[in-house]
Design a protein around this ligand. Structure first.
Ligand SMILES: [Zn+2]
Length: 438
């Protein structure tokens, strides 16, 4: 309503913040990274104002500012105030124009909601145009391991900083099934990888035009993943090197941590404050969030696109203690607007990796049979695997919990609106707090 009454409200309110605003965008990791970055900036004496998880379009940013402002249109004064907004990929150019941010963090571009965004190359192009419009003092912090972002940020007259992973215990030999970059984003030539860490993220070069990973400002060396308990690595910045023990699992969280670290470093936060802060981060709402229920560990892991689902699958099949434990799953597929109406993306995820690792799975959500079919073709469900399709969320959850023995883990993998649904169910049953308190 406020934006309708006065179109310039977002900008007018944001400019009252002492440090202006900073935007975080990318297909995967926005919420977790913005949360990490807010914690790091807070430790360094800033007062970040954030938009609530999921409200990452223009109106979500506007609501956060309006909610914070008084009746006379004054944003609450706070020491070193800064608007820290996670922003939808397609909404980024509009928010860049409206807010004139102090800086941007660009995380990654993966295929997500084909019916809404079109191909990743289109998003990369509109991002490139948005970067070209920025004043030269704007900080632009970019994931160097994503060739689409390296190309989109190339030769831009802004304060560019790059982050990436140097080496890791676990690497994939080639870009996985869900890899979105088959050809060089600059010339269309055959892009080659010497290392792949996640999807199409890694060390690449094009033999035709010479596009390659740009020089790095902040990186992780010696990354070791420790299944669901997290990862360890050495964080290297222009200030030196510090060990980090990150409590969030998966390679994608290493990238999220690096994005937050590189940005905090650009804001002048000392390396030891960053390393200490990263070792204390907690999971964002539904992002590998753990809850103990009736003697079982229940893990909520949002998956909304092939790359995100692949990383959860890889984390799930990794043996955590040398033994190959059996997994109990509840998979929820919805096709509401916020999930994307097109669910064909599930065929681009490497569900096959779960074969032989699953002993029970309950499918739920508006498109539960589609997901069950995907698991069947992948050879994951069959002879000895207990599998059921149950529409009703609470009933499905109770059945999945029943199928999970005491002291074992139940991994719940929902799409976006399914996450809200299961989270509400768990809240109603008294197992978790409402997410706005989390
Ligand atoms: Zn090329």
């Amino acid at each position: 309503v406020a934006s309708r009454l006065y179109g310039g409200i977002t900008r007018d309110l944001a400019t009252q913040l002492e440090w202006g605003s900073f935007l975080v965008s990318g297909t995967n990791g926005k919420t977790t990274t913005a949360r990490m970055l807010a914690a790091l900036l807070h430790d360094a004496g800033f007062s970040p104002l954030r938009n609530r998880s999921g409200s990452n379009l223009m109106r979500g940013v506007a609501s956060s500012l309006v909610e914070d402002a008084g009746l006379l249109g004054n944003v609450r004064t706070r020491p070193r105030g800064i608007g820290l907004f996670e922003v939808d990929e397609a909404a980024l150019p509009g928010l860049v124009a409206a807010l004139r941010p102090r800086g941007l963090l660009l995380l990654d571009l993966f295929r997500d909601q084909l019916d809404r965004y079109g191909e990743v190359a289109t998003v990369a192009r509109i991002w490139s145009e948005a970067l070209a419009s920025l004043p030269s003092v704007t900080g632009v912090i970019v994931n160097a391991d994503d060739p689409l972002l390296a190309q989109a940020s190339r030769d831009k007259r802004v304060d560019l900083r790059y982050f990436g992973i140097e080496d890791a215990g676990r690497t994939a030999g080639a870009p996985e099934h869900a890899g979105d970059v088959k050809a060089c984003p600059r010339c269309g030539g055959p892009i080659g990888y010497s290392r792949v860490f996640l999807g199409h993220l890694g060390h690449y070069s094009c033999p035709v035009c010479g596009l390659s990973r740009p020089p790095i400002d902040v990186c992780a060396r010696g990354v070791n993943l420790h299944a669901l308990s997290g990862s360890t690595f050495s964080l290297v910045s222009p200030d030196g090197e510090a060990p980090v023990s990150l409590p969030l699992p998966g390679m994608y969280n290493v990238y999220n941590a690096l994005g937050a670290a590189a940005t905090a470093s650009w804001f002048g936060v000392p390396l030891h404050v960053i390393a200490r802060g990263l070792s204390r981060v907690t999971a964002a709402f539904g992002r590998m969030e753990k809850v103990e229920i009736d003697g079982r560990m229940v893990v909520l892991a949002l998956a909304k696109n092939p790359a995100g689902l692949n990383e959860i699958i890889r984390t799930a099949v990794e043996p955590s203690d040398g033994s190959d434990r059996e997994r109990h799953l509840m998979v929820m597929l919805n096709d509401n607007t916020a999930d994307g109406h097109d669910v064909s993306w599930i065929w681009d995820a490497d569900v096959e990796l779960l074969r032989g690792h699953v002993s029970s799975v309950v499918f739920s959500g508006t498109r539960a049979p589609d997901m069950a079919l995907r698991f069947k073709y992948a050879g994951v469900i069959g002879n000895d695997v207990q599998s059921e399709v149950i529409d009703h969320t609470e009933e499905a959850f109770r059945r999945a919990l029943d199928l999970t023995p005491q002291r074992q883990q139940l991994l719940i993998v929902p799409t976006y609106t399914a996450l809200l649904d299961i989270r509400n169910t768990l809240t109603r049953l008294g197992y978790v707090h409402p997410f706005w308190e989390a």
